[in-house]
Design a protein around this ligand. Structure first.
Ligand SMILES: [Zn+2]
Length: 201
């Protein structure tokens, strides 16, 4: 079993202060969370840079990803190192993920910029049931929807600064390998966990 923060913004998102170096340093220092997904807003430019910084450390893994702003709400694609073709409708983004064996995730569905009830017809692979930036009630609503739809529930910090990293994470029954993690999430071999607090430096 590994622990992974599946929703992280770096400075390749306009609204984040977490540099690639911050992310890798904190991931290396963390006692148990050893996988982190880079999911910048509408950009995959940071992935290679973060991966290169993490390369010397055999016990950490950077998952590629992106958070796409569709007009209906945000969708995280895990596994993607390239952008989906435009227009970024929900259908196009979810199809892009399916065609390439990536994972589509309804991010914070019941917060601002979330898909909300449109999650039901979106055909996403999983739902973010714990988001570090969402209220307890919004997370609870997301959890209930995942149960109702029979979809895997995942977690991520949605951190925009270093102190917010790892505030929520996913326990995945997989090794430290991108394909294994994507496969395990798809099978629902996951548990969403909210940390008491993220690690402080
Ligand atoms: Zn986000």
């Amino acid at each position: 079993m590994i622990r992974a923060d599946l929703h992280i913004h770096t400075t390749f998102s306009d609204d984040s202060q977490t540099t690639p170096k911050d992310l890798v340093e904190r991931l290396v220092a963390h006692p148990s969370i050893k996988a982190a997904a880079v999911t910048d807003h509408d950009s995959v430019k940071g992935i290679r840079i973060v991966q290169a910084l993490a390369k010397p450390y055999a016990d950490v893994l950077i998952l590629p990803g992106v958070e796409i702003s569709t007009p209906q709400g945000d969708i995280v694609i895990l596994g993607a190192e390239e952008m989906p073709p435009k227009p970024w409708t929900v259908g196009n983004v979810v199809d892009f993920a399916k065609r390439n064996a990536y994972l589509s995730i309804a991010a914070h569905p019941f917060r601002e910029w979330g898909l909300g009830e449109a999650t039901r017809t979106s055909n996403v692979d999983a739902i973010e049931v714990l988001n570090g930036g969402s209220s307890a009630s919004a997370n609870e609503q997301a959890h209930e929807l995942a149960v109702e739809l029979g979809l895997p529930g995942v977690a991520g910090s949605d951190s925009h600064k270093p102190s917010e990293l790892f505030s929520a994470y996913t326990e995945v029954k997989a090794g430290l390998n991108v394909d294994e993690i994507l496969r395990a999430v798809r099978k629902g071999l996951v548990k969403a966990v909210l940390s008491d607090k993220s690690i402080r430096f």
